[in-house]
Design a protein around this ligand. Structure first.
Ligand code: ZN
Length: 138
């Protein structure tokens, strides 16, 4: 079951240049900064209520975020919907001919398991489903 928005992913050229707006101007708590090697990004995670905003900075020119920045510039990259059963959700999507980028969940930021749906199947919005990792205590 999809339960809520988990996070909104925003592509940025530089975390250092972007963090001050969220931290100092919007005064959102910075949960942490971590590297997700699988996606070749550094992620700054802000909390706003139950939802996170993830600022995504590429660590490699081959990163999908680097290619996004080249094509479209900075901006909203994806929306992530939280599920309590990512495997079941993938199964369900596929049986309804929804095209998945990831048919097997992979590690995301904050200990999440994530899978992307293809924008061809979602009205052009890059959509991620994610499930809290086992180590996620909060
Ligand atoms: Zn995400």
């Amino acid at each position: 079951m999809i339960t809520q928005i988990n996070h909104i992913g925003i592509a940025v050229e530089s975390l250092e240049a972007t963090i001050p707006f969220y931290r100092d101007q919007l005064r959102l708590p910075l949960v942490g900064i971590e590297e997700v090697t699988d996606q070749k990004v550094r992620v700054a995670i802000f909390r706003i209520g139950e939802v996170h905003i993830e600022l995504l900075e590429p660590t490699d020119p081959e990163s999908p975020i680097a290619r996004f920045l080249e094509k479209k510039g900075q901006g909203i990259h994806h929306i992530a919907l939280q599920t309590d059963d990512i495997e079941g959700e993938i199964e369900n999507m596929r049986s309804n001919q929804i095209e998945m980028i990831d048919v097997v969940p992979r590690p995301g930021a904050h200990g999440n398991q994530i899978a992307f749906l293809h924008p061809r199947s979602t009205g052009k919005v890059l959509t991620e489903i994610c499930q809290h990792g086992e180590e996620q205590a909060h």
